[in-house]
Write a protein that binds this ligand. Structure first.
Ligand code: HEM
Length: 374
């Protein structure tokens, strides 16, 4: 039936099987009324639940309302399947306290300590227009038209309450979130998501992904997003041996260079030539591995993107990196700090967008996303 249940303990779109297409938006709230904000979240919840079932945004649909009023649903998903649509809603730090320190909605006391501002990392070349936002919507589906329709119609429901700051389309998931899924490839041609935390690993999810602190965030998570441009023109001139050394895995099978198959554990101590280990000290999988980061692990759920060319005719393509962690201060920031400084891969990357959002828990039917906050 291609339907992913919207209601539940956790929001869908985190551990539910990663679909192949994504539309992500960062939005700002334009009202100062907390009642309007709450109403928006109620409207979004109702519309999201309908759309994930393959229905139009509201009961009126695109032609069931007044002939003299704009259609309630924009219509472009009519006749398409639900496409495993998931809609995940999040809150930025600026919703609790804005850049001037103002408490716009009386929510400052509820600001979770873990909802920090993303720090500036070495070599960041961020475009402010692609960063942060008071709210986020992540829509994932099998069909890009279904994902874009969902985000567009939620934005439309928020006319007068929200403005769109940025939007990113993604094609081609770069992670598996279930052992049943085959590992996909990123735009460098390597299997991506092999060592990801999977939906089946419930103990690891409780430890590394879900917030378990009894607060209004209990059962939620934190979404760390990075728009990472990959310098394809330089990468494509790198010999195969160099490419494999940079990741520490083989290109064909995604197996660790220390041997075995894709899912065998890498041996970081195995000696190689020139007094260097087989998996180099600056290899991406070594530096990102939990054993090198005090046990920190994340659930990655990113997408490839290609957004045309720059003024020089180079392709603006890469990875819209998304990771879900129970606390960005321990689960994401220290690892990114390390990668930015030491990772051999960094030479081929440019980080152009950045955000952290608190993803509240899911809701049962009758409730709404974010209800525990108010
Ligand atoms: C592993 C690619 C950025 C964290 C991997 C793997 C590939 C890869 C091919 C090995 C297969 C796997 O286990 O998934 C990339 C590319 C990136 C990128 C192309 C940028 C364009 C990042 C960033 C982070 C990150 C920004 C986090 C700060 C990880 C982690 C692993 C991993 C935690 C698993 C390590 C392990 O446990 O073995 N990445 N990655 N990656 N990457 Fe990345």
């Amino acid at each position: 039936d291609q339907i992913v249940e919207f209601y539940g303990e956790h929001q869908a779109g985190i551990t539910t099987p990663a679909q192949d297409r994504m539309c992500f938006a960062g939005l700002n709230v334009t009202t100062d009324s907390v009642d309007e904000l709450r109403l928006l979240l109620k409207d979004w919840t109702a519309a999201a639940a309908r759309m994930t079932r393959g229905q139009e945004t509201t009961e009126g649909g695109f032609d069931g309302g007044s002939y003299h009023a704009p259609p309630e649903d924009t219509g472009e998903a009519f006749g398409l399947t639900p496409g495993h649509l998931t809609i995940t809603i999040g809150f930025g730090r600026s919703l609790f306290v804005d850049a001037e320190g103002k408490d716009r909605f009386g929510l400052k006391d509820k600001l979770p300590e873990a909802l920090v501002e993303m720090p500036h990392f070495p070599a960041d070349v961020l475009d402010e227009q692609r960063c942060n936002g008071d709210l986020c919507i992540q829509a994932c589906a099998d069909d890009p038209q279904v994902a874009v329709h969902a985000v567009r119609n939620l934005i439309r429901l928020g006319f007068g309450t929200v403005s769109t700051k940025w939007m990113q389309l993604g094609f081609g998931r770069t992670s598996s979130t279930s052992q049943a899924q085959e590992t996909p490839r990123n735009l460098f041609g390597f299997k991506d998501g092999t060592a990801n935390i999977m939906a089946e690993e419930t103990d690891r999810l409780d430890e590394h992904v879900w917030v378990r602190d009894g607060s209004w965030m209990d059962g939620g998570s934190y979404l760390c997003a990075r728009r990472i441009r990959m310098i394809l023109e330089t990468w494509d001139r790198e010999p195969l041996g160099g490419q494999e050394a940079i990741f520490g895995r083989t290109k064909r099978d995604g197996a660790p260079l220390s041997g075995g198959g894709e899912f065998d554990a890498p041996d970081f101590d195995m000696p190689g030539s020139n007094n260097q280990p087989v998996i180099a000290t600056d290899a991406h999988v070594r530096l990102a591995h939990p054993s090198q980061n005090g046990g920190a692990a994340m659930l990655r759920r990113g997408y490839n993107y290609a957004d045309g060319t720059d003024a020089q005719g180079n392709i603006d393509a890469g990875l819209f990196f998304i990771a879900f962690v129970s606390d960005p201060r321990t689960g994401f920031i220290p690892i990114q700090n390390r990668l930015a400084r030491e990772d051999a891969l960094s030479e081929y990357l440019k980080h152009t967008g950045s955000a952290i959002f608190a993803i509240p828990p899911g809701t049962a039917e009758g409730g709404y996303i974010g209800q525990s906050l108010f």
